[in-house]
Write a protein that binds this ligand. Structure first.
Ligand code: NAP
Ligand code: ZN
Length: 367
């Protein structure tokens, strides 16, 4: 067994302000990496810049991180960060800005490197990264993972470096202005992380402490995801807790088949990350249950479902149907089998190409 999460985590109301001294600890020139709009609306960017202004810490902002950030965006931001001579990076936003911040911190600290460095592991280190998450799904604030889009390969993938944020400041209040669709989709991502980690080939009792807790908490809030009303602060904090705890679980194991199957689907269909992964959950659990029904039932019981059919119906109604053509469906399965079979090692049992095709086939609705 192993245990390693070097990130210091605060999950509290107003934790950015109450731990403001942290911003003096990691450097003298801050490079803020964020998305295009949301951090300006939900208060997270203001909370951080107010503190930097108070301490007279010079900063620059890169606010052009797109969903599923590309290597090209990371390179562009790193150029700005190098010119500014930043010595620490603050990621604010969903998983996209947080993942981008990690890769940008690596390139700023190694000015001789280009985006190519993001595909080959070298003995180089990133600048310190501080993370302020504003979605409730990826757990990127506690993982070393940075997932980028590679347009040349028409897919996404993790860079080979593990860049853990030094600090994670997790506050549910930033979720309160989010559209329900973003809350739902990112919560499904956290659900995937908990389940995939619980059932992973590398699962052990340490990661299962985190994933089972994440599943129980998700079970407590799942009905609220269906309700049309706005979130209250207590629920928002709980959603953030699920996300961070599920991130701690995958920090140990990594993710498994639903994530691996999602990457090309996200690229081709432009689906939100959580939806693209959640799409495969029920079919993945059905396949898994052929080998270990008790473990699947245990995970479902943490979530408050008596059986897999109820879980399947719940997830489908939360996400709505995702429709593809027969041709796309075949192409997703073929491409996965041809290029992504290394991901099968995350699944603890033998799985045939036919079983993989079956997961793809039963997860989508055919046009
Ligand atoms: P995201 O791509 O970061 O953001 C999705 C959308 O939500 C954007 O339009 C964003 O707007 C908006 N948004 C963010 N916070 C908001 C808030 N508080 N209120 C209103 N809108 C808000 O979504 P994500 O699902 O969190 O991240 C997905 C990325 O994380 C994917 O690239 C995925 O591969 C990666 N990921 C990483 C890990 C890891 O361990 N590192 C794990 C799972 C997934 P703006 O663009 O205006 O900010
Ligand atoms: Zn994910």
């Amino acid at each position: 067994m192993q245990f390693y999460i070097p990130t210091k985590v605060f999950i509290e109301d107003d934790c950015v302000a109450s731990h403001k001294d942290i911003f003096k600890t990691y450097g003298k020139r801050a490079f803020i990496v964020t998305g295009r709009h949301s951090s300006k609306i939900n208060g997270s960017l203001d909370d951080v810049t107010t503190i930097l202004d108070e301490y007279a810490i010079p900063y620059e902002i890169f606010s052009d991180v797109e969903e599923n950030p590309s290597v090209e965006t990371v390179e562009k931001a790193a150029e700005q960060g190098k010119a500014f001579q930043a010595d620490f990076v603050i990621g604010i936003g969903g998983g996209s800005p947080l993942d981008a911040a990690k890769a940008i911190a690596l390139l700023i600290n190694n000015p001789e490197e280009t985006g190519e460095a993001l595909t080959v592991l070298k003995d180089i280190k990133a600048l310190p990264v501080l993370a302020v998450p504003t979605t409730c799904g990826t757990g990127s604030e506690v993982t070393g993972v940075s997932v980028l889009t590679y347009h040349k390969k028409q897919t996404k993938g993790s860079i080979p470096y593990r860049i853990y944020p030094e600090i994670a400041l997790v506050d549910g209040k930033y979720l309160l202005s989010a559209k329900k669709s973003i809350v739902v989709s990112t919560s499904i991502d956290a659900l995937c992380h908990s389940l995939e980690s619980y059932l992973h080939a590398k699962a052990d009792s340490y990661n299962r402490m985190f994933s089972s807790y994440g599943l129980r908490l998700w079970g407590e809030i799942k009905d609220l995801l269906h309700s049309p009303g706005p979130l209250d602060l207590a629920t928002a904090q709980k959603l953030m807790m699920v996300s961070t705890v599920a991130g701690m679980a995958i920090a140990h194991t990594g993710t498994s088949l639903p994530h691996a199957m999602s990457y090309r689907v996200t690229y081709k269909l432009g689906l939100a990350h959580g939806k693209a992964c959640g799409l495969f959950l029920a079919a993945y659990l059905r396949e898994y249950a052929k080998n270990d029904p008790d473990l699947v039932n245990e995970a479902l019981s943490f979530l408050g479902f008596d059986d897999l059919d109820l879980f399947d119906a719940f997830i489908r109604s939360l996400m709505g149907p995702i429709t593809v053509s027969e041709e796309d469906l075949t192409s997703f399965a073929d491409t996965f089998l041809a290029n992504d079979s290394s991901k099968l090692g995350t699944y603890p049992y033998e799985i045939s190409p036919d079983a993989i095709r079956e997961i793809f086939r039963t997860s989508f609705t055919l046009a």
